[in-house]
Design a protein around this ligand. Structure first.
Ligand SMILES: *Cc1c(COP(=O)(O)O)cnc(C)c1O
Length: 406
């Protein structure tokens, strides 16, 4: 890592985010090069054979590895504090690879029921068809996770913290303890905080999963994903499956996300500061029934969040509009969303542009009413991914649709 110099000091993550990389090419490019090449030339047949056998390092084919993708992997691993990282085509691609690489029919997974909608579908439905059973439990109640364990069969605990869209926090160290006592692995989806705020491996997580589509890129441009962990797990068990399954990241997307990482710390701190200010303001508005943001004292896991997330709440918040019953709640939530002029109505978050969504009818719209109710996602809930615009402009934009606010 680190531009090919030998004496790598213990740099701060902000420095690693800018400097951690593979060695430069002989051209001496200052910014990392984009290697758009599907395959790589081998110097001779003997060396080709050695590389294919894994006896010699070197690039072969971009489904396996690529220098630009490698730079992204090195930099992300440095930020997460894990031995290695493996890039994937998207965040969901990372979860698919995880399941394909680590599980087989008859195995059991314990997962929070508050995880990302597509994660619920993938684990509950798709992998269920292949004989992998998943128990869905409370995001915050560790005793439910413990009760769901099936010794000898539970291989994986899957957590996402904070969760989407209720921003509930789970205790990574407690779940790691449970997993390890039972011979299972803990995987943490770290999309919401990114390594700038939270490093799950430091709390005992065996694998850290990312959607690079969110804060890592940070500018809403490309899909990307990654799994970070020990060399043994990532290169020993996941990489061989990725080589044949082809859930690989394109070099172009890797290059975009690599450059995004350079400003990650700055963006997370700035967007998080605005999110806290907006959460505090929303909490005092008559048209708002409840605000979900871990940086607020009123958040049920505030103390845990501050411990686990470098004292910060992150850049995503959600709130419930005040209403009588679900129909009025949906009407008011839609009216607020439609009255904004600045916020973008779009499913993404982790962008420099502030985004606003109605989870019950979009990201979680494919769930059954029962699944939605179990996940606590009501019709009055609005999620805001706070961007880099001036906070006063965002505040005024939200106030447009809140009766009694300005
Ligand atoms: C977006 C997201 C994913 C999926 O990532 P993609 O890159 O869209 O596949 C997974 N988990 C969380 C928490 C997300 O926000």
């Amino acid at each position: 890592m680190s531009e090919g110099k030998d004496d790598v000091p213990q740099w701060h993550p902000d420095t690693l985010a800018v400097r951690a990389s593979l060695p430069r090419t002989p051209y001496g490019e200052h910014s990392e090069a984009l290697f758009l090449s599907s395959s790589f030339i081998q110097s001779d047949a003997r060396s080709a054979a050695a590389r294919f056998a894994g006896d010699e390092d070197g690039f072969i084919y971009s489904r396996f590895s690529n220098p630009t993708v490698g730079m992204f992997e090195q930099r992300l691993a440095a930020l997460e504090g894990t031995e290695v990282a493996l890039a994937t085509s998207s965040g969901m691609g990372a979860i698919t690879l995880l399941m394909l690489g680590l599980l087989q029919a008859g195995d059991h997974v314990v997962c929070s029921r508050s995880v990302f909608g597509a994660t619920l579908k993938l684990l509950g439905d798709t992998f269920g068809r292949f004989g992998v059973q998943t128990s869905f439990v409370s995001q915050t109640d560790v005793s439910e996770w413990r009760a769901a364990l099936r010794p000898g069969r539970t291989r994986l605990l899957f957590a996402e913290t904070p969760s989407n869209p209720l921003i509930e926090v789970c205790d990574i160290a407690a779940l790691a303890g449970l997993a390890h006592d039972c011979g299972a692995l803990l995987v943490v989806d770290n999309c919401f905080c990114s390594p700038a705020l939270q490093r799950p491996a430091a709390f005992g997580a065996d694998l850290v999963m990312h959607s690079g589509t969110k804060f890592l890129d940070g500018q809403g441009r490309v899909l990307a994903g990654a799994l970070c962990g020990s060399r043994e797990l990532v290169e020993g068990r996941l990489l061989p499956v990725q080589r044949s399954a082809g859930i690989s990241l394109s070099p172009f997307n890797a290059w975009v996300v690599l450059k995004g990482l350079e400003t990650l710390g700055l963006r997370m701190r700035a967007q998080g500061a605005s999110a806290l200010e907006l959460a505090q303001w929303l909490q005092s508005q008559p048209g708002v029934a409840r605000v979900h943001y871990p940086g607020l004292d009123s958040h049920p896991q505030h103390a845990l969040a501050m411990r686990q997330q470098s004292g910060q709440g992150g850049a995503v918040l959600s709130f419930e509009v005040a209403a009588d019953g679900p129909e009025q709640a949906r009407e008011r939530a839609f009216a607020l969303i439609d009255s904004t002029r600045l916020c973008s109505i779009t499913a993404n978050f982790g962008d420099t542009r502030t985004t606003i969504t109605h989870p019950a009818s979009t990201s979680h719209g494919r769930l059954s009413a029962e699944q939605r109710a179990a996940a606590g996602i009501g019709q009055g809930l609005i999620r805001v991914g706070v961007g880099l615009e001036h906070v006063e402009d965002i505040r005024r934009d939200l106030a447009r649709g809140l009766p009694g606010s300005n």
